[in-house]
Design a protein around this ligand. Sequence first.
Ligand code: TYM
Length: 439
Amino acid sequence: MSNYQPTTVPDGPTDGSVTPATVESVTQSLADAQISESSASAIKPADPSQAYEQLVTPWDVQGSISADGKQLAIDYDKLVDQFGTRRVDTTLLERLIPRCFLREFDKILDRYEQGKPFFLYTGRGPSSDSMHIGHMIPFLFTKWLQDVFDVPLVVQLTDDEKFLFKHELKAEQTQQFSRSNAKDIIAMGFDVNKTFIFSDFEYVGGPFYRNVVKISRQISYNQSKATFGFNDSDNIGKIHFCAVQAAPSFSNSFPHIFGEVSNIPCLIPCAIDQDPYFRLTRDVAQKLKYPKPSLIHSRFFPALQGPQTKMSASDANSSIFMTDTPNQIKNKINKHGFSGGRETEEEHRKYGGDTEVDVAYQYLSFFLDDDEELAKIGEDYRAGHLLTGQLKARCIQMLQEFVRVFQERRAKVTDEDVNMFMDASRKIDPNFGKRSQTS
Ligand code: TYM
């Protein structure tokens, strides 16, 4: 093991709490987060006769197009209805601030207070060597939850999924990406004693696989097709894969943490594109008499091209990667960053800019820790006092700093660290809350 120490990103305090920059901004983004509690209707695949409707699946996120041909931002109200989730209201948001958070997180918090264990589950589909900045959001939030609750965390790296869904990738490649993505995840500062990161290609077998098969027997071909929009020429691996992503929701998939115990529930932080998997999982859980997973969804970090879609690794120009240099970040924001500013400086000064669609402003709203500064930037931009170039410059500076700190920490993560986090033979203590209860 190297001298790697679990820490926080970026430049976090050493007392186990997350740095204000991370906590506050991620907590802030929860204003638009949803908690998924009920199973709802399936996502409809794109239908040419409804070409104006927004589409959100694990592979494709597109805002709708208005009657006058304008590309619109993602309508989260509509998603809340469609997916049957509910918004985190302001009161709940206030409660999400650490201490109150412990009281109010519905079933999970009730359990926590009763001293009953739960665990966190999240994941990553290793489609490339590097994660982009949008992927950081659910992981930063997961890190915060682990710090607050001191619970075990399992992180699934779905190298099998990426092989099945991306025909240009070889199985050996996606497995290799799992290891490099694991380094990205480790660099975020998860507690090695409480965290198990696994690649499906390496880990699936034994009790985990038994759950996969139990789950798959509960999901019909029609259900999988309707939920994900598959057609008859899709490979059978895709149809079945949902059982693999569902399995980590159940505690007995991890004997080295929970033994044979199957009644410990999990909380899954992710963005809402993963919801179709977990709507199915919640249905299946009931049938298998396992606890249903709870979910907390973060808002999408928008693509450089605008808030009508999410940042996606498959489009390099839509994304800021965690491997980007300061210059690349600067050029991407300046060249591709969708602006809510006006055509000319004169018009901008007269009518002001639109922060709702301005990507630089949206990025600042995720990561800027200083609420007052963000409010002032917003006011000045909308009033036309702050110009697009100035707003972009502030955004560039913030992103460069965030990525720089991350890269420094990533460089310190060694192969031995990865082996340690991915070691399925070590025992992980399923208990929790020692740190919070003694403080
Ligand atoms: P993947 O690799 O597409 O994404 C990893 C995590 O990042 C979230 N995400 C985003 N969040 C905010 N803004 C964005 N632009 C953005 N793009 C992606 C995803 O919702 C996800 O939480 N099938 C999964 C891997 C997986 C998983 C899980 C994810 C397996 N088990 C459990 C979450 C929870 C995938 O390909 O994720």
